[in-house]
Design a binder for this molecule. Sequence first.
Ligand code: HEC
Length: 92
Amino acid sequence: MMPDNDQALIEAQNYFNNTLRPVIVDKCVSCHEGKHNKNDRFNFSVFTNARNSATSMFNQVDAGTMPKDGDKLPQSEIDMFEEFRDLVNKIN
Ligand code: HEC
């Protein structure tokens, strides 16, 4: 049997690939893949980066400060960032 930790990691990865990543590609990478990709940490279309910034991403979209200079995301998409943060928090 797999340890719980691995199961949580797989769940977070699946949720990222199937649900959250398309939103990030659509709404975030135009900035975060290019010049605002400091030290390669902020390309959030890469799972490791998204995982490391899961809480920060949720806080930013929930506050409406990201996407920068854009409209606040619809609540359904903000909920996806929240779900991803919760899944990431179960990994450790
Ligand atoms: C129009 C460009 C632009 C778009 C689109 C954008 N961002 Fe940003 N983002 C920035 C800039 C620039 C910063 C650096 C801080 C600042 O200037 O506010 C930043 C900072 C951040 C940070 C803080 C990084 C850190 O830890 O210092 C997070 C998290 C973030 N953005 C998430 C997102 C998410 C999630 C999306 C998509 C929903 C998004 N951003 C879309 C330009 C953008």
